[in-house]
Write a protein that binds this ligand. Structure first.
Ligand SMILES: O=C(O)[C@H]1O[C@H](OP(=O)(O)OP(=O)(O)OC[C@H]2O[C@@H](n3ccc(=O)[nH]c3=O)[C@H](O)[C@@H]2O)[C@H](O)[C@@H](O)[C@H]1O
Length: 444
C-alpha cells in the first residue's frame, strides 16, 4: 500500500492532473495517518486503563486479604501468648495443629490440664461437619486453649506464630484423614499431608529455638503387609490408598528434615482411633448415627467372605501415647535453619493389640444402643481398604511406657454415652437410646 502511495505521490512525469491527484492522495494519506495514530493512542489508552484496573484489583484483593485475615493484630497476639503460658515447672509450650480435630482436641486438653502451654491451629475445613469442630473449639476455649484459625500450608502465619511464641514442641495432628475419601478428593491429601507438612517443617527448622516435632502417621502405612502383628520394622512400601501413601511420604519427609536440619522427630502410627468427640466419617460413628435413625449400614467383607478387622484404639490410650512422646522427645539440635548435630528420629505403633471384626463392632453398638442394625453386607470395594490391622506395641511399651487399657466394649460404651448427650438425648426421659433420634438438638 505504501509503495502504491509513493508511486502516486512522486510520479515519474510531473503534470497538472497528477499534481491535483497528488494533493488528494496527500489528504487521504494524512487522514489515514491521523486515524492510525488516533487508533494507536486509543489502544495505548485502553492498555493503560486495563493495567491500572488490574493493579487496583490486585491491591483490593491484597488489602482485603490482609484486613479480613482471621489472624493478626495485638489482641490476637495477646490471646496466643496467654494460651501458650506454661503453668507448671518444667512444662512445655506446644503448638497443636489440627487442634479442633478429634485427637487434637483430646491431646490439647490433656496438656492444658497438667499445666503446659497450648496454642491450637486448625483450618476448620468442611471434610466433615464443621459445627462439631466449632463445638470442640468451644470446649478448648473453656479450658483456656486458644485455637488460631488458619492453614498449616500458610507459611506467613506459621512464621508469625513462631515469632510470637518460642514453642518447645509441635504436636502435628492436622491432616486430611480418611482412607476411602482419597478416591474422591486426592488433591486434599496432597495439600494437607504433603504440602502442608513441608510448610510446617520449614517453619520448624527455621525457628529459633527449633521445636521437637511429634506427628500423626498411620497404621495404613503397612498397606498390604501380611506379617502380623505389624511391627515398626515391617515393610511399609506397599500402601493400598493415597491416604496411606501420603502418610508414608510424611515419614520420609520428616526424616529428611531430621537429617538436614537436626529436627527431633517422632512419628506415631495410630490404629483406627475412636471415642467421644470422634470423627463422623469413621465407621463406628456413622454406624451409630444410622442405627439410631433406623437406616441401613453397609458392612464390608473381605475376599472369601472373611470379615474385616481393625485394631480399634481408644482415644484416651492414644492421648497417653502422644503425651509420652512429647515428654520423651529430645530437643532438636539446630536453630534458625542450621543443624547442630544428629537429632532423635523415632517411629512408634500406637494400637490396642487386639483386633475386632467389623460385625463384632456392630454387635457391641447394637447392645449399647439397644437397637438392632439393618445390615447390608457387601464385598469390600477396591477403594483403599485393607483386610485387617494389628499392632505390635513392644517398642512404644518399652520406650514410652505406652500401655493401652480400654477394650472396644468399654470404649464404645463411653462413645455412645457422649454421642447421646451431644446429639440431644436426655437420660431423664428414661427412654431407650432409640428415642435419641427424636429430641435431637444438633444434626449431623
Ligand atoms: O488406622 C488408621 O490409620 C486409619 O484408621 C481409620 O481408617 P479405617 O481403619 O479404615 O477406619 P473406618 O473408616 O472407621 O473403618 C473401619 C472398618 O469399617 C469398615 N467399614 C467402613 C465404612 C463402612 O461403611 N462400612 C465398613 O464396613 C472398613 O472397611 C474398616 O474395615 C481412619 O479413618 C483413618 O483416617 C486412619 O487414621
Amino acid at each position: 500500500m505504501m509503495r502504491l502511495m509513493e508511486a502516486e505521490l512522486f510520479p515519474s512525469t510531473p503534470g497538472k492532473v497528477k499534481i491535483e491527484r497528488a494533493h488528494t492522495i496527500n489528504r487521504q494519506f494524512h487522514r489515514c495517518f491521523a486515524s492510525t495514530s488516533t487508533m494507536f493512542l486509543w489502544a495505548l489508552f485502553l492498555i493503560a486503563l486495563t493495567a491500572s484496573y488490574l493493579s487496583f484489583q490486585s491491591f483490593v484483593d491484597t488489602s482485603s486479604r490482609y484486613f479480613n485475615a482471621s489472624w493478626g493484630g495485638m489482641h490476637w497476639e495477646k490471646q496466643i501468648r496467654a494460651s501458650a503460658t506454661v503453668r507448671r515447672p518444667g512444662g512445655m509450650s506446644v503448638l497443636v495443629t489440627g487442634a479442633a480435630g478429634f485427637v487434637g482436641t483430646h491431646v490439647s486438653l490433656a496438656l492444658r490440664k497438667r499445666g503446659d502451654g497450648v496454642v491450637g491451629l486448625d483450618n476448620f475445613n468442611s471434610y466433615y461437619d464443621p459445627s462439631l469442630k466449632k463445638a470442640r473449639e468451644a470446649l478448648l476455649e473453656s479450658h483456656g486453649v486458644f485455637v488460631v484459625e488458619g492453614d498449616i500450608d500458610d507459611a506467613r502465619l506459621l512464621a508469625k506464630l513462631f515469632d510470637v511464641v518460642p514453642f518447645t514442641h509441635v504436636m502435628h495432628l492436622a491432616a486430611q484423614a480418611g482412607v476411602r475419601y482419597a478416591i474422591e478428593n486426592p488433591a486434599s491429601y496432597v495439600h494437607s499431608n504433603i504440602a502442608g507438612l513441608v510448610t510446617l517443617l520449614e517453619a520448624c527448622k527455621s525457628a529459633d529455638p527449633q521445636p521437637a516435632v511429634v506427628w500423626a502417621s498411620s497404621s495404613s502405612v503397612y498397606g498390604l503387609n501380611e506379617k502380623v502383628p505389624f511391627s515398626e520394622a515391617d515393610r511399609t512400601d506397599r500402601p493400598a490408598s493415597l491416604y496411606a501413601a501420603t502418610k508414608k511420604a510424611g515419614e520420609e519427609i520428616t526424616h529428611t528434615y531430621n537429617h538436614i536440619y537436626g529436627l527431633s522427630i517422632t512419628g506415631l502410627r495410630f490404629f483406627t482411633v475412636y471415642g467421644p468427640w470422634g470423627r463422623p466419617d469413621m465407621a463406628y460413628f456413622s454406624f451409630t448415627r444410622n442405627i439410631l435413625q433406623g437406616k441401613p449400614i453397609t458392612v464390608y467383607r473381605g475376599k472369601n467372605r472373611v470379615d474385616l478387622a481393625r485394631d480399634f484404639t481408644f482415644i484416651d490410650d492414644i492421648v497417653k501415647g502422644c503425651v509420652a512422646s512429647l515428654d520423651t522427645a529430645e530437643k532438636s539440635t539446630g536453630s534458625g535453619g542450621r543443624k547442630g548435630g544428629p537429632a532423635q528420629y523415632r517411629i512408634y505403633n500406637l494400637g490396642n493389640t487386639s483386633p475386632v471384626t467389623v460385625p463384632a463392632l456392630v454387635g457391641i453398638l447394637e447392645r449399647h444402643l439397644k437397637v438392632k442394625a439393618k445390615k447390608n453386607v457387601v464385598e469390600m470395594p477396591g477403594n483403599g481398604d485393607v483386610p485387617f490391622t494389628h499392632a505390635n506395641i513392644s517398642l512404644a511399651r518399652a520406650e514410652l511406657g505406652y500401655k493401652p487399657t480400654t477394650n472396644l466394649e468399654t470404649g464404645l460404651k463411653k462413645f455412645v454415652r457422649w454421642y447421646l448427650s451431644y446429639y440431644g438425648y436426655s437420660p431423664r426421659s428414661g427412654g431407650s437410646a432409640a428415642e435419641a433420634t427424636t429430641g435431637s438438638a444438633k444434626s449431623l
